[in-house]
Write a protein that binds this ligand. Structure first.
Ligand code: SF4
Length: 265
């Protein structure tokens, strides 16, 4: 954290924590040690320092507004912050991470969409974990974001034992997201968080689930399965292995049905 509220881990991206308050408290949350501590929330002076930091680092091409939930901020504050960020020439895109389309959909209003429209393009990454969370009200608000806010909406989910760790549930979730106008982006392996061991699924099972899903449903509906390496190592993808063998003049692949195919170079 070079300045309060900013994490600069990857070369071209910076995370900016604008609020540590959420509409719900998720037991699996990787930041739950900070969530609800409103004293940790950056103030106007911290914003100034963060904006100076972004201006001074031309390698930062993307700023991710995160939390807690950044949609706790008023429309006028978000409007101000987005204007300041969009004024920095090397910043290519701004992303907002929010769970409010799931947990407090009424926060998505025509006034908020007008703010987004003024700063087009804005990428919203939301967080649905189960098809039951895709209520009619949430769908209506996603439609508003896409149509009135002109935002691109993506989703990250967490793989949770007993909640969504089956092919049927994940397929229903990914189809449901796509039909609501959301691109499934990441499926996170559950982080090592105190008190959440009972939610963790073995990585081998997660890889097998994704292997069964890819090929069965359209690639448009399939997110990338990733693990965040504890200790600041960053995210790494967990790809399913399809290449069975590399021969002198051909490759042998196993497809999602388990059938082998050999193709030449
Ligand atoms: S809404 Fe997001 S930041 Fe808040 S507790 Fe849940 S996962 Fe954590």
């Amino acid at each position: 954290m070079p300045v309060k509220g900013v994490t600069h881990r990857y070369p071209d991206r910076a995370l900016w924590y604008l609020s540590h308050v959420c509409a719900v408290y998720c037991r699996f949350c990787t930041r739950k040690r900070k969530v609800s501590q409103s004293s940790q929330t950056p103030d106007g002076e911290d914003w100034k320092q963060a904006l100076e930091y972004f201006k001074s680092r031309p390698e930062i091409r993307e700023v991710i507004l995160s939390g807690g939930d950044p949609l706790n901020l008023s429309d006028s504050k978000l409007d101000f912050l987005l204007s300041e960020l969009k004024r920095i020439p090397h910043i290519n895109q701004v992303r907002i991470h929010t769970r409010y389309p799931v947990t407090l959909p009424m926060r998505i209003t025509p006034e908020f969409c007008a703010v987004l429209r003024r700063h087009f393009p804005v990428f919203i990454v939301t967080h649905f974990n189960h098809p039951k969370e895709l209520t009619d009200f949430s769908r209506e608000k996603i439609r508003m974001l896409v149509q009135d806010g002109s935002a691109t909406v993506l989703n990250q989910s967490v793989l949770l034992k007993g909640i969504n760790d089956s092919v049927e549930t994940l397929v229903e979730l990914f189809y449901g997201l796509t039909s609501a106008g959301i691109k499934p982006y990441y499926l996170h392996h559950c982080d090592e968080v105190y008190g959440s061991a009972h939610f963790r699924v073995p990585i081998s099972k997660g890889v097998e689930l994704m292997k069964s899903i890819r090929g069965r449903i359209s690639g448009l509906c399939v997110p990338l399965y990733v693990v965040d390496l504890t200790g600041g190592g960053g995210k790494v993808p967990l790809p399913a292995e399809y290449l069975e063998e590399e021969k002198s003049s051909s490759y042998v692949f196993r497809n999602y049905r388990g059938d082998l195919y050999e193709i030449g170079y």
